[in-house]
Write a protein of this length. Structure first.
Lengths: 286, 266
């Protein structure tokens, strides 16, 4: 392949490598260009904290959706994080490596299930169950949290597994030598050493939960209101964009892009925190 | 070297040739977009039409009536479908043809003991004033109101005919006729509204002011929740598009519309 030459190939690869970055840049420019004018016009504070979203009468306040997104994400954390971390500890510390090598890929397979399938299971199985046993319509924060918690489980678990495995074995040997039991070693030494990786896994999971759209549209009920209990139906930021984008025009369309700007910023912040934490090496301090 | 050059230029050339030849058949394509209420029926009609007219390729997309109007205006669809009582001002520039009429059924779960609601009760339920089934003769349980999203033609027609609706903020919002039906079919305490043609055994349509939502009652003009279905085109329909619309308005097309549960215009 002397046709291209060494330099040619190098430039070609560089171009391809930068295309992803270029794509991200274009998306960012586009979203901000479409969404910023209305934020500047209404004022960031008004846009974020006004409680009425009535596009027909020109009221654009995303506060109910913001609260909904936070509730649902927080709920997903409560469901997904403990399960994920506990699962990771169990697989790394209490199960032979050969068993873990079988179970871990199975859990990672969970990440490959399309979100619409999760939503479908939520609507058909979880929502009726919650309606019968807890009340409300079943399409609620609670059901959305459980479904999202399950969806982020693979993310939390596999990153936690990696960070726990990265803790040098000498740490554990040292702890055992001091007479600590296995559980004492795990929660006093291993978890502390793997702390940054575990927190990063939770934050990445949070990013997924905030950004998830399809499953949430199907199961959260999409009512625009500030929820009073976990059995209330809510509409998240992502669901709002997806539901209304199809027919929005003018100010309404801009307001949806502005919602996208807010989401973009939140997820960027979360991912940056996670990146910093993942890069932070396993620290020897307690 | 020469062989490799052949590969480098030969493969894209073959692919390009493939596309060019593909276009050579000159299939006319018609795109429809809009109303999710009419979408399944448009698909059925398109299928029938394509069976006898293999040279035409018809694509049917949903998206809601507002999208139907927009895509007809912008030209992204050849025909925009809208099911509204009155077309909004921006659609005045478009050429509108009424191809069918459709009743809006107020639906509940089949196990619900309520069989009749007055129009005022429907209004109060959707406004959140009546919040319990026992207030309208049902069991003592709160009502789950299910509505469409704001751009829906079914919703705007429903709200316009019932009148004075300011939807309760507790209402669950679903984005198509099908998902409303599934939500109501899964929740014994839910109430929603969908296109009459979408009713199946999993949900029950209630009578409005003692009049059942049936084709006969709609044709007689006694059932009031009815809206026309418009086909919107940028100009007077021409060529293949005109032929397709003619087919829908023909006896065969209107028969299909009636057997599917919609109301023919002729």
């Amino acid at each position: 392949m002397r046709f291209f030459g060494e330099k040619g190939v190098q430039h070609l690869l560089r171009l391809v490598a930068f295309s992803a970055l270029f794509g991200l840049l274009l998306i960012a420019i586009f979203i901000f260009q479409e969404g910023l004018p209305i934020i500047l016009k209404l004022g960031l504070k008004h846009f974020l904290f006004a409680v009425h979203w009535e596009p027909q009468s020109g009221q654009f306040g995303i506060f109910p959706m913001l609260i909904a997104s936070l509730w649902v994400t927080f709920g997903a954390m409560i469901v997904g994080a403990p399960l994920g971390i506990a699962g990771a500890i169990f697989l790394v510390e209490f199960v032979p490596r050969s068993v873990m090598r079988i179970i871990k890929p199975i859990i990672e397979l969970l990440a490959g299930i399309p979100s619409v399938v999760f939503g479908f299971i939520g609507v058909m199985v979880l929502a009726p169950f919650i309606r019968e046993h807890f009340g409300g319509s079943g399409l609620s924060i609670l059901s959305a949290s459980i479904i999202l918690g399950t969806m982020i489980l693979p993310t939390v678990m596999s990153i936690s597994i990696d960070s726990i495995m990265a803790v040098p074995y000498s740490y554990r040997e040292g702890s055992f030598a001091l007479g600590a039991t296995r559980w004492q070693t795990v929660h006093m030494v291993v978890l502390k050493a793997a702390r940054s990786g575990i927190i990063a896994s939770i934050i990445l999971g949070m990013g997924r939960a905030i950004g998830e759209t399809m499953a949430v549209i199907m199961i959260a009920g999409n009512a625009v209101k500030i929820p009073h209990s976990v059995l209330d139906s809510v509409r998240t930021l992502t669901a709002n964009i997806a539901l209304e984008m199809g027919y929005a025009t003018g100010m309404h369309r801009q307001a949806l892009f502005a919602t996208g700007v807010i989401l973009f910023v939140v997820i960027m912040i979360l991912n940056s925190i996670a990146n910093v934490l993942i890069k932070a090496k396993v620290s020897p301090k307690k | 070297m020469k062989q490799k050059l052949l590969y480098i230029f030969g493969i894209p050339l073959t692919i390009a040739l493939f596309f060019v030849l593909g276009c050579g058949k000159r299939k006319t394509s018609i795109t429809l977009a809009g109303s999710t209420a009419f979408q399944p029926f448009a698909e059925k009609l398109a299928e029938q039409y394509m069976a006898t007219h293999p040279e035409v390729n018809i694509t049917v997309q949903g998206g809601g009536s507002a999208l139907g109007i927009q895509s007809a205006l912008s030209g992204t669809a050849d025909i925009g479908m809208a099911d509204l009582v009155h077309l909004p001002p921006e659609a005045k520039a478009l050429h509108a043809t009424v191809v069918a009429k459709d009743g809006i059924s107020v639906i509940v779960h089949p196990n619900n003991s309520v069989n009749n609601l007055t129009l005022d009760q429907v209004r109060d339920i959707f406004n959140g004033i009546i919040r319990n089934w026992k207030e309208v003769g049902g069991i003592d349980h709160s009502i789950t109101v299910v509505s469409r999203e704001a751009g829906s033609g079914t919703r705007s027609s429903f709200e316009e005919i019932v009148g004075n609706i300011h939807l309760t903020e507790d209402a669950i919002v679903q984005d198509s006729n099908g998902t409303i039906r599934e939500t109501v079919a899964n929740d014994p305490y839910a109430i929603g509204y969908i296109s009459h043609g979408m009713i199946n055994e999993r949900v029950k349509a209630v009578r409005i002011n003692e009049i059942p939502c049936t084709v006969e009652e709609i044709l007689k003009g006694r059932y009031i929740l009815v809206r026309p279905i418009f086909f919107l085109t940028q100009t007077e329909p021409k060529g293949e598009i005109a032929q397709f619309i003619e087919y829908i308005l023909s006896e065969e097309g209107q028969n299909t519309i009636q057997t599917s549960g919609l109301i023919p215009v002729k």
